[in-house]
Design a binder for this molecule. Structure first.
Ligand code: NAD
Ligand code: IPM
Ligand code: MN
Length: 359
């Protein structure tokens, strides 16, 4: 098995290194041969190659079985614009790999209920999957640009979706709903945006034609943002476009108390991309305090996707063991209630518990 590791910037390398060592020991125990190769992405690729995602890295990614990515971006590169930005490198690899469906699962376990910004009774039972369209919409739509004189400029981005783009991601959401709670809530802004009107029509038609056993509801995105923090347990699968999914999934992530918990899998092409939902967290980078859980759970999603469910389950068991034991990185620590640990201490516990679980 060949895994390309792009650890990126900020806390990316800190959490990626822990994920790789965890995977190494688990694979060894299972007698599975995993070959890791490393390369640069985002700011670190700008520093090395003067390009946030060189074609050489894309080629390596396409030739591997999966890509593990930490996070990209940071102040050092914030003056750059357009294709030179670290974030553009991330968009490029998503597009090149054709990973049009981004799966972001949010489950708030009882151990985490205490850390939630919501009351325990409001958070109880929260277990949802956000299916975010990832290679279309306003992130990629043309035309886009700026025109006019400085001081009197106009700028424009275009939110565009084709029937085929909507159908293929909706199919992923309906298929996941069948494996989970059997319900899809499609989130759009069809009361205003014509692109959302097509979104709603296509989702409705596909539901009728192929997935009438799944319950389908529609919700406007502003209401969805509100419902996520009022009664998150109502959701099973949320299906939405690129921009709305970006925003709603950060909100959903923090239901468990920290963005450092939420993993993701980007799928739909021949090679999947696995990355935590959080960014490079420049405010805490280099301090050894980042939460490695989102990265480790992304690694678990990768092992599921690569048909290694036992390793995936072991990683998840390791994470649960650490949380049940009261270990918390600074983002989740509560004085007098939990034990504060560093990134590496948290990961070490997870690794050892995962190894035991694999026995
Ligand atoms: P961010 O996700 O990096 O951080 C938001 C907040 O959450 C910060 O306070 C941070 O300390 C905290 N946080 C995030 N991950 C954490 C973790 N694992 N453990 C503990 N705390 C954690 O978002 P931002 O500050 O808006 O963006 C910073 C940079 O990251 C920007 O350059 C942005 O473009 C980039 N970014 C990259 C990705 C990605 O690579 N997938 C995602 C989001 C943002
Ligand atoms: C994410 C990030 C990215 C996005 C940025 C860094 C391009 O916020 O993965 O959620 O908006 O998709
Ligand atoms: Mn985001």
């Amino acid at each position: 098995m060949n895994i390309l590791v792009l650890s990126g910037d900020g806390i990316g390398p800190e959490v990626c290194d822990e994920a790789v060592s965890t995977l190494q020991v688990l694979a060894e125990k299972k007698g599975l041969e995993i070959h890791f190769s490393k390369d640069h992405a985002g700011g670190s690729a700008i520093d090395t190659y003067n390009d946030p995602m060189p074609d050489s890295v894309i080629e390596k990614a396409k030739a591997s079985d999966a890509v593990l990515l930490g996070a990209v971006g940071g102040e050092k590169w914030d003056h750059l614009t357009g294709a030179m930005r670290p974030e553009s490198g991330l968009l490029k690899i998503r597009k090149e790999l054709g990973v049009f469906a981004n799966l972001r699962p949010v489950a708030v376990t009882p151990a985490l209920a205490d850390a939630s910004p919501l009351r325990p009774e409001a958070i109880a039972g929260t277990d949802m999957l956000v299916v975010r369209e990832l290679t279309g919409g306003i992130y990629f739509g043309e035309p886009r640009g700026r025109s006019g004189e400085v001081g009197n400029e106009t700028a424009f981005s275009t939110m565009v979706y084709s029937t085929a783009e909507i159908e293929r991601v909706a199919r992923v959401a309906f298929t996941w709903a069948r494996r989970r709670g059997g319900r899809v809530c499609s989130v759009d802004k069809a009361n205003v945006l014509v692109v959302s009107q097509l979104w709603r029509d296509v989702v409705t038609a596909l539901h009728k034609a192929e997935f009438s056993d799944v319950e389908l509801t529609h919700m406007y995105v502003d209401n969805a943002a509100m419902q996520l923090v009022v009664r998150p347990s109502q959701f099973d699968v949320i299906l939405t476009g690129n921009l709305f999914g970006d925003i709603l999934s950060d909100a959903a992530a923090t239901l468990g108390g920290s963005l450092g918990l939420l993993p993701s899998a980007s799928v739909g092409g021949p090679v999947g991309l696995f990355e935590p939902v959080h960014g490079s967290a420049p405010d805490i980078a280099g301090k050894g305090i980042a939460n490695p859980v989102a990265m480790l759970l992304s690694t678990a999603m990768m092992m599921d996707e690569l048909s290694q469910p036992e390793i995936a389950a072991a990683i998840r068991a390791g994470v649960n063991s650490a949380l049940d034991a009261g270990l918390r990185t600074a983002d989740l620590h509560r004085e007098g209630k939990t034990t504060k640990v560093s990134t590496s201490e948290m990961a070490k516990h997870i690794r050892e518990a995962a190894l035991n679980a694999l026995a």
